[in-house]
Design a protein around this ligand. Structure first.
Ligand SMILES: [Zn+2]
Length: 164
């Protein structure tokens, strides 16, 4: 990839690192919190965000590493929250809680998304030492594309709520 201009490619998802889908942010300023704050209640409750000095409720955002095949090459790209939500169809926190009840949900989501075709807009991170391109926008190419959470709910026999 040359220059800083984002490029749009047609691609197929070939793999996803489903062991590492999230990172935690402060729910007030949305800055990244240290990774060891991923325990549940007591530690999180006493946490003070070092950026805004609030005692935040933490929340999760998606950050996933996806291997895609374009017509020219296979590359790894990072999908942050906004792009990843297109693939998953829900917020990172919602998916995390779903996956707590259904332990194989993340692996199954990866399997569901493998082979799907997308238009992805890829950009080079401004931070020079970041090693992967970022997928800044993702658009499914299949007309009836179903986000992973919907396929999972069907798979697990959970009624999909009427959207409100
Ligand atoms: Zn904060």
């Amino acid at each position: 990839m040359e220059g800083e201009k984002p490029t749009t490619v047609m691609c197929t998802v070939i793999a996803m690192d489903h062991s590492n889908l999230f990172y935690r942010v402060c729910s007030i300023c949305e800055r990244t919190l240290p990774p060891d704050t991923n325990t549940t209640t007591p530690a999180a409750a006493s946490l003070i965000c070092r950026f805004c000095n609030n005692n935040p409720i933490t929340k999760r955002l998606f950050r996933l590493l996806v291997s895609i095949a374009t017509d020219a090459q296979v590359i790894n790209v990072i999908c942050f929250d906004r792009a990843a939500k297109v693939l998953f169809g829900c917020s990172a926190d919602d998916f995390f809680h779903f996956a707590k009840l259904h332990p194989f949900a993340a692996a199954n989501a990866a399997k569901i998304l493998e082979g799907e075709m997308f238009m992805m807009t890829l950009s080079k991170p401004k931070n020079g030492n970041a090693q992967h391109l970022r997928a800044v926008s993702i658009v499914p190419l299949k007309a009836g594309f179903r986000p992973a959470i919907e396929s999972l709910k069907l798979l697990y026999g959970i009624k999909v709520k009427q959207s409100s």
